[in-house]
Design a protein around this ligand. Structure first.
Ligand code: F6R
Ligand code: ZN
Length: 184
């Protein structure tokens, strides 16, 4: 191997697996998501240790202008009829946008402005999502396999979960073989 050539980390496009670099994994379990799903009784009946999603982030420098790369693996499942989803957040630095790429599985990206206007984008392998500044975002897995999505965001963006204490204005449920979008 030529010593002048650096081997960068790799993402396996088919699975979203990151390798070849320092990785930090955060697992979010059902027990970590009180008050997130509409049916709190169904949430209580679930296995609190069940992993809802894993986020792998490549270790990289932090600071003005520096970017993070990470993959979210959102597992298939439901709480009652509501599909598994991420907690969702605004960035603490509201002006910072983010790019998501769909890698595998099928789902939705829920976007909501500070004024409470919400919309959904279809996430599939190869989809590209440009999350604007000042916009909260949440992934929802509407399929039967893990939904994996690669994200690139500013290392100084931070996460503001508290601002969404009231939740998003849209929820997505299984209905027969399809889905139903409900407006809270
Ligand atoms: C980073 C980002 C994603 C999410 C991840 C988990 O800004 O948007 O890496 O952090 O999908 O979602 P949350 O953070 O809402 O639990
Ligand atoms: Zn984000």
């Amino acid at each position: 191997m030529n010593p002048d050539i650096f081997l960068p980390p790799q993402v396996a496009w088919a699975t979203g697996a990151l390798a070849g670099g320092p990785l930090i994994r955060k697992t979010t379990r059902l027990a970590d998501l009180p008050g997130i799903f509409a049916n709190s009784e169904a949430w209580k009946c679930g296995d609190p240790q069940q992993s809802v999603y894993d986020v792998d982030v490549l270790g990289s420098p932090v600071g003005e202008g520096a970017l993070f790369v990470g993959v979210t693996h959102l597992h298939a499942g439901r709480v009652g009829d509501e599909f598994f989803m991420t907690r969702g957040h605004f960035h603490a630095r509201r002006e910072q946008g983010e790019i998501y790429f769909g890698l595998r599985g099928v789902g939705l990206l829920l976007l909501q402005t500070e004024a409470g206007d919400a919309r959904l984008e279809q996430v599939t392998a190869g989809s590209v999502h440009n999350i604007p500044p000042f916009t909260a975002h949440r992934l929802i897995n509407t399929g039967s396999e893990t939904l994996s999505s690669l994200a690139v965001w500013s290392s100084i963006a931070g996460h503001d979960y508290a601002a969404l204490a009231e939740g998003f204005v849209l929820r997505v449920f299984a209905a027969g073989q399809g889905i139903e979008v409900r407006h809270d």
